[in-house]
Design a protein around this ligand. Sequence first.
Ligand code: MRU
Length: 348
Amino acid sequence: MSLLAVEWDDAAADGHGALTLLDQTVLPERTEHLVVRTVDELVDAIVALAVRGAPALGVAGAMGVVVAMDQAEREGWDAARLEAEVDRVRHARPTAVNLAWGVDRVRPLVARGRDAVLAAAREVAAEDEAANHELSRLGADWLLARVGRPRLRVLTHCNAGALATSAWGTALGVVRELHARDALELVVADETRPLLQGSRLTAYELAEEGIPHVVQVDSAAASTILRGLVDCAVVGADRIAANGDVANKVGTLGVGLACREAGIPLLVAAPWSTVDLSMPDGTGIEIEERPGEEVTELAGRRTAPMGSRGLNPAFDVTPARFVAAVATERGVVEPAAGAGPDRLVDQI
Ligand code: MRU
């Protein structure tokens, strides 16, 4: 199955070309695409999580610069306005470093014109796909060597699959790699409250490929781990600090704590674009706070009393001491053993 979360479609918008996003807010019930022609539309799509997942946000950010340039051309913006609008894309969500990284990768090319920026944005997508395949191979090798079982039972949290990247996936890329090697027994997917990226998106990807899986509520994860029902946990990341502290979907920290207690590894799978060496550790990572209604309501219906406010951090930071390994396309490091991704700076 080929799931394209983010794509530049040259034929869209009457042949002018446009950014198209697979609308992840309505999956798996409906498969619908959004054609994005303005910065407002892109920022709204990012905030609503129509496009989401750190590497996919990186591609959307890079292609978003072209969206802004096209709108500037149509509406006659000056250079300062264009800069300001590109900044709005860059800052649409704060935690995943890939969004700003994607914008910053192509922004210096604006002076060279739209085609140069679009080509560079497409390169961002192609590089991400290649990185995902490589880190998945390395991650699977590491896991099989570490766990020492021929077929693994893997817990995952949120969605770090094709939908969250340009293609293939990071944590689910490792899962796909294990499956292809006949080294996967079962995936236990956390449903990932409040927006259900696990049950709506991860389970969708796994079901489409016939990969054996079950979906559990997030609050079952610690017990599943301590009861010995899984051999490891594999998750993606939104930002990884130099020492190996990892920001990822809220709930990842609990998974890491339980893995450490149970003596099984937590593997974080992410492309190098998710590593932020300007952060020595995770304490400086901004955690996105989302509207409380995402917690106090279910499917648009109020479940908590009207007087109760929701607390809704979208991410948490798992300290390096709970992260057995980080697999990137540059190699695998073991933060819990004192080796952060800064060890990989000279690779490639
Ligand atoms: O809020 P989301 O759905 O964008 O959160 C996504 C995650 O936390 C993913 O695990 C992370 O971005 C890695 S995706 C390869």
